[in-house]
Write a protein that binds this ligand. Structure first.
Ligand code: ADP
Ligand code: ZN
Ligand code: ZN
Length: 756
């Protein structure tokens, strides 16, 4: 409807703030003239929806609505959280890639805890201009007629503004008194962001290492990255540096350069790496510039930090995964430390990978992207090798401490010599010696909740799927071995197909077993155990860590948790009790994870100045993911792993899209997975050029039952799967018409990091 030329009515597409499939599309509204100036793409507005009024986000402004009855946008709700141009472009890419709803993507760009914190925004009583002009007489009269009101006004004339809460507290008046004054136009109420004590103030000035003399390697690498920063070129770097090579120093120099160019920077670190020391280090080296965003901060502090970033007050964001969504102005540098870490992938909807979002933002902003790791992920290293990233190597430690010596013990030999204990003789001897020297031992058990594969204790042979090359999982109840990718089923062998031994059985060593054994062998020593069972209560983790660091126990038995980030200066011996459990997980990344984990846990030895030792017990001394750790040889590991990935067309040579069906009913879960498989097969038949897409399964997921829920999975494997994103979505919608989510929940995961 055109009122007159040049004065067109405005309409808007709005995404409403309701997380369901049914409303996962834009709704059309009219933009009333009075607020035309304020409403733009990205605005958070209030709209009538059904009988209610709810928040939503303006997606686009349009000239003509597609529906006849259009309602008016009520008002702009909160301009401080409007989506900027970059995010409006990022969101569609994000939804398409990770199969989430638009509103779920939008919510990633809100301040942490927004809904709750918004309600805590404080109401302030503020003096109006009129009341400032009132003559003394006016107040005298008021003092007689309405003494309570006058009391409030006397304070307000002095303070000009005061939080409503404090005003009431100070005067003891009822809210009605204040409301009267508002009605008279003497006071008004304004909303203010809550003010909280900021996190950084709690950190001391200690730990500031200044005037470090850079090593040659550091200088060379910094020069390479500076060049890109100065030329404002979108370049990608991978710093492959041994542990202790001084990557942090490189990051800091690059950030400083970036700030010099009036740009901002994001630094992502894995969950576990964000220790108080690390934070203090950054804050001291970049005073006043660092904002923190990570889930262990109280929500209100994160909320606060978010606004400091948005306002440009802080130009460096240091945080975990979700910090990649920080509302920075002009990001010029994005750093991802320990880029191979699983914690960069969100394991709930939306299932994004921070590394991929980082690449998107770097491309959009022309920013430099720097990833660092001692054990890069296969995918990233492959990118560096194939020229999509520049590879920068750091081969020397920045400190004088040398890398620990690694010894591999063949457990098959132990068995042959009659030792059936979980500790080899070497391990036992070394533990005894280290303990009598007053040093500490870390015993590591690689365990991910379950590990029931069939292993020959004579020769180490593990039964694998002939099609998928992942190990078969033994199901004790059914006495069957199953492939969790393609559902190949076979009975467990009586004798080893390799060496004819009858000593073939399913295998698993837990932390508890190891703890018992240590108690038996070293009864006079104190042992601590750190795993999911002993650290579920808040704070126990920190407590155990402190006790061990202070030397109150001599042996620490732990899982994944102890492998990363923690520094125990007293530890000179690291023992990996059963390195194999990791290799045989039914996940194509099993070898990669094993190598990374063992390399990392080995790095825990000898950090206090004394030379460390590492002993790795295994039935597969020749397996490349174990043998390469001995020589600290990443390249050989990579060569073998990439060869296998290529042969079996796993990432980076393909993409995977995993559909997981979760149901209380085994039958329903299975039927649902069969249904979707059929729909997807039809789709692939219809689509042209689908030759390279393959459907695997459905099959039971490796973790078949979690609590009372059964899990089935279906995998699409191939190149560039997401060119079919729209069609796949349609198929999923069809699927959801027949399957109620309360019966069968469907989880879609693009390029899953964990396939259990
Ligand atoms: P990485 O992250 O590469 O494993 P860090 O950045 O943690 O290594 O550095 C390891 C140790 O080396 C730290 O204690 C750090 O202070 C120290 N360090 C880094 N650069 C230098 C240098 N140029 N001279 C002396 N010590 C350094
Ligand atoms: Zn055998
Ligand atoms: Zn298989």
């Amino acid at each position: 409807m055109v009122k007159n030329s040049g004065d067109k009515m405005q309409f808007a597409e709005v995404i409403v703030d309701i997380v369901t499939d049914a409303v996962d599309r834009a709704f059309h509204y009219r933009v009333p003239e009075e607020i035309e100036e304020e409403v733009h793409p990205g605005s958070r507005v209030i709209v009538p929806f059904g009988a209610r009024q709810i928040p939503g986000y303006v997606w686009k402004l349009i000239e003509k609505p597609e529906v006849e009855k259009v309602k008016n946008i009520v008002c702009v709700d909160d301009e401080s959280v409007a989506l900027n141009e970059e995010f409006l472009e990022l969101i569609p890419w994000f939804c398409y890639r990770y199969y989430c709803r638009t509103i779920e993507a939008i919510n990633m760009f809100l301040p942490p805890g927004y809904e709750r914190m918004k309600n805590l925004r404080e109401k302030y009583a503020v003096l109006t201009p009129e009341s400032k002009q009132k003559p003394d007489d006016f107040w005298k009269k008021m003092a007689q007629k309405a003494p309570r009101q006058n009391e409030v006004m006397q304070i307000m004339l002095r303070e000009e503004e005061l939080s409503r809460k404090n005003l009431i507290k100070e005067t003891g008046v009822t809210p009605t008194v204040i409301n009267e004054l508002i009605k008279k136009g003497l006071l008004k109420i304004e909303e203010r962001e809550p003010s909280f004590q900021l996190f950084n103030e709690k950190y001391g000035e200690k730990d500031a290492k200044t005037n470090v003399v850079l090593t040659h390697e550091q200088e060379e690498i910094i020069a390479r990255i500076f060049k890109s920063l100065k030329e404002q070129k979108q370049d990608n770097f991978l710093i492959h540096g041994v542990t202790g090579s001084g990557k942090t120093e490189v990051y800091l120099e690059c950030i400083k350069e970036c700030l010099k160019q009036e740009k901002s920077a994001i630094v992502l670190v894995p969950e576990i790496a964000l220790t108080p020391q690390m934070v203090a280090y950054f804050k001291n080296r970049l005073p006043g510039e660092v904002a923190l965003l990570h889930s262990q901060l109280p929500q209100r502090e994160r909320y606060n930090q978010w606004f400091r970033i948005k306002s440009g007050q802080c130009r460096v964001v240091l945080g975990t995964r979700s910090a990649i969504f920080a509302p920075l102005n002009k990001p010029g540098l994005i750093i991802i430390d320990e880029e191979q870490e699983n914690s960069y992938k969100q394991e709930e909807t939306p299932r994004y990978h921070a590394r991929e979002v980082a690449q998107w933002r770097a491309n959009y902003n022309g920013a430099v992207l720097v990833m660092g790791s001692a054990t890069p992920s296969i995918e990233t290293y492959w990118k560096a090798r194939s020229g999509q990233m520049q590879l920068l190597e750091m081969k020397k430690r920045a400190t004088p401490f040398s890398l620990p010596g690694v010894e591999i013990v063949d457990m098959r030999e132990e068995l042959r010599s009659g030792n059936r204990n979980i500790f080899s003789r070497v391990m036992f001897d070394k533990i005894s010696r280290v303990l009598s020297d007053g040093e500490q031992v870390l015993l590591f058990v690689n365990r991910r909740g379950f590990s029931n594969f069939v292993l020959c204790r004579e020769c180490g042979h593990v039964v694998r799927c002939p099609h998928c090359s992942v190990s078969l999982t033994f199901h004790a109840a059914k006495k069957l071995m199953i492939c969790h990718y393609c559902f190949y089923v076979s009975g467990p062998p009586e004798i080893c197909p390799e060496c004819r031994s009858t000593y073939i059985k399913y295998f698993g060593v837990g932390t508890q077993r190891v703890e018992e054994e240590v108690n038996k062998l070293f009864p006079e020593r104190r042992v601590l155990r750190m795993d999911r069972d002993t650290t579920t209560r808040q704070g126990t983790h920190k407590h155990l860590w402190k006790e061990f660091r202070e030397g109150k126990a001599q042996i620490l038995v732990g899982t994944q948790m102890v492998a990363k980030g923690m520094d125990f200066p007293g530890v000179t011996l690291v023992g990996v009790v059963a390195a194999d459990t990791g290799i045989h997980l039914p996940d194509f990344r099993a070898s990669e994870r094993t190598f990374q984990l063992i390399a990392q846990v080995s790095g825990r030895a000898g950090r206090g100045g004394r030379k460390g030792e590492v002993i790795i017990q295994t039935y597969h001394p020749g397996h490349y993911s174990i043998a390469c750790v001995k020589e600290h040889d990443y390249n050989s590991f990579y060569e073998e792993e990439i060869r296998q990935r290529h042969e079996l067309a796993y990432p980076p040579f393909s993409e995977l899209l995993r559909f997981l069906f979760v149901s209380e009913s085994e039958g329903k879960g299975h039927n649902a997975s069969l249904d979707l498989a059929r729909l997807l097969e039809n789709l692939l038949e219809k689509e042209e050029n689908n030759g390279n897409l393959e459907i695997l399964g459905p099959a039971p997921a490796p973790l078949f039952k979690i609590k009372k829920y059964y899990r089935y999975q279906l995998i699409i494997k191939g190149e560039n799967i997401n060119r079919l994103s729209d069609s796949i979505r349609k198929v999923v919608r069809k699927f959801k018409n027949t399957w109620n989510p309360s019966d069968v929940r469907l989880v879609i995961d693009f390029n899953p990091q964990v396939m259990l």
